[in-house]
Ligand binder design. Structure first.
Ligand code: ADP
Ligand code: LRH
Length: 537
């Protein structure tokens, strides 16, 4: 069968990549064509994203892929949530987009809360009130730069901005719009009430389109410049988390298609995970077992005991943790959950590909280690992510814990000292070397995942038997192991490049080349997943 190729551009807050996805009708192969750091711009005016630089990297990736000489059918971009660029009447970006860690929100918080009390914000949109929300950032921008009301024709969420630059078509893709407190809960249109209360003109929004919309062809000038043919620009689930969840074998589509609880029938992680897992490197002595999960796979016959241990998973739902700069722990639900308990636990609701909703908690994630690494490397070291994980492993269990979501950790800065100060302030032993410090962070994250999964279970009323941990953090085996331990659930780790995989599946489906309903079997054949079991409880 002929191979269909699409480009999945995944821009995380820490790095971006252009992945070439090849689908032969049986399995999906992802190959990294181009990877680059996503380095924010710090200036007197605040913290910004280098949107032009990122676009240049996307273009460089298309050029490299096109140079391989095979036809490419489509391209789609997904990015981190909540941020956007202001667009002038001629389609130009008026200034670099603000970074959600920019400090300006504090200046506007009091007025904002008067206009739109947090509980109402949650009821109207399903989104947890959070300073980084798009709605709040727009409010702050319009307060401090009132000239934007005259100068700006639109604002475009980050992936919409890149899709516009690629295709010339302006649209507001629903999944990315649903992350920032603008979209009516569970709906497809902005909440008129939120816009009115915050004084955001509705005309600033581009038309909303569902995830999986073919926007058009790559602009002719780019086609000519890159010699790449008329590939189509597809707005997939352009929020990276939505895209990642589309690559969880039993993700949103199931909830959307099915009703309240497909857990018993459809969300068993054990089924469908047949196939290609290569788990030779897994150390079973360390608590891991070779993807037994893959129980039933002819290549991976699971021992009876392992098969027995997977039984509980088949009687419960699977949650996900999308683990990168942020750790997003969640579960699919057919509709947004707007209960008091959900609000009080800090849960939020976001839109999935194909309908349905994700009930989730945004936990400060590997950002903490990224900033430690940045600080240490600025001091002359050359630590990789893998080095840090190995040091944390060697350090052994930590006695101290931090609260990853403490506001002191939100802004860029000297993270190692902030972690130590937290321990001093709370009367705990202060970690010494890099390994001890990284271990405190990882154990604290795993504790936070444990709390979040318990909350999701009690609030959704669905027993969570297993956790799919996807994204770059799934490469950290210590974190996966600790997560299995602290959640008390089986952890199925991977795909690492879940957002790109989800983007590729959705693009191929939108282009009529793949049946999304078959994604579980396609994913099972395509990615090696690792299974971590908690010690018996
Ligand atoms: P984002 O999309 O938010 O930029 P990613 O999903 O790319 O984040 O994940 C990046 C994180 O993955 C890094 O901060 C690091 O903690 C972790 N990571 C990446 N590679 C490794 C590795 N080899 N070992 C351990 N952790 C890793
Ligand atoms: C993760 C993410 C997450 C949050 C954050 C701002 O990359 O998309 O879902 O919204 O970025």
């Amino acid at each position: 069968p002929s191979v269909k190729r699409v480009l999945a551009v995944d821009l995380g807050a820490s790095s971006g990549r252009v992945m070439l996805a090849c689908y032969d009708g049986f399995k999906l192969e992802l190959r990294e064509i181009h990877r680059f750091d996503n380095v924010p711009i710090e200036s007197v005016g605040g913290l910004y994203w280098d949107a032009d630089g990122l676009f240049a990297e996307i273009v460089a990736g298309i050029r490299l892929a096109a140079a391989e000489g095979h036809p490419i059918l489509g391209i789609g971009v997904d990015t981190w949530g909540v941020d956007y660029g202001w667009i002038g009447p001629g389609g130009e970006l008026l200034r670099p987009p603000h970074h959600y860690r920019d400090a300006r929100m504090a200046r506007h918080a009091a007025k904002l809360v008067r206009r739109l009390p947090p509980r109402e914000q949650f009821e109207l949109t399903g989104n947890q009130p959070n300073a980084i929300n798009t709605a709040y950032q727009l409010f702050a921008d319009l307060e401090q730069e009132p000239q934007l009301r005259e100068l700006a024709a639109h604002f475009l969420m980050m992936p919409d901005l890149f899709h516009y630059r690629l295709s010339g078509v302006m649209a507001a893709e629903r999944s990315i719009l649903s992350t920032g407190g603008l979209l009516a809960a569970g709906g497809s249109e902005p909440s008129a009430e939120v816009l009115a209360r915050l004084g955001i003109p509705a005309a600033l929004l581009a038309p909303v389109v569902p995830a999986g919309t073919v926007l058009g062809e790559l602009r002719p000038d780019l086609q000519a410049q890159l010699c790449c043919g008329p590939l189509r620009v597809v707005a997939g689930a352009s929020h990276d988390t939505a895209s990642a969840v589309a690559a969880v074998p039993y993700g949103c589509g199931d909830a959307a298609a099915g009703g309240a609880d497909r857990g018993a029938a459809g969300l068993s992680p054990a089924a469908g995970m047949t196939g290609t897992a290569e788990n030779g490197a897994i150390d079973s002595a360390a608590g891991l077992s070779p993807a037994a999960g893959m129980a039933g796979s002819p290549q991976n016959p699971a021992p009876d005991s392992a098969a027995a241990q997977t039984q509980p998973a088949s009687r419960g739902a699977a949650a996900f943790i999308s683990c990168g700069t942020w750790s997003i722990a969640g579960i699919e639900t057919p509709q947004p959950v707007l209960s008091d308990a959900a609000y009080e636990c800090g849960l939020t609701n976001e839109a999935c590909y194909g309908g349905g909703s994700r009930l989730l908690k945004n936990i400060t994630g590997l950002w903490l280690l990224q900033e430690c690494r940045r600080h240490w490397n600025a001091g002359g070291e050359a630590l990789s992510h893998g080095d840090l994980a190995a040091l944390a492993e060697a350090a052994g269990p930590a006695d101290s814990r931090i609260d990853p979501d403490d506001p002191r950790f939100a802004a860029p800065g000297d993270m190692p000292e902030r972690v130590r100060q937290f321990c001093r302030d709370t009367g705990q032993p202060v970690p010494g070397d890099h390994g001890e410090l990284a271990r405190v962070v990882l154990e604290s994250l795993a504790d936070a995942y444990g709390r979040a999964i318990d909350e999701l279970e009690s609030i959704s009323g669905r027993r969570i038997a297993a956790v799919h941990l996807v994204g770059g953090g799934s490469r950290n085996r210590l974190l996966c192991r600790l997560t299995a331990e602290r959640t008390g659930r089986e952890v199925i780790a991977g795909p690492v490049e879940a957002s790109a995989a989800g983007s590729a599946l959705i693009q191929l489906a939108a282009l009529g080349e793949l049946d999304f309903g078959r994604r579980a079997e396609i994913l099972g054949r395509s990615f090696a997943l690792e299974r971590y079991r908690p010690a018996a409880r």
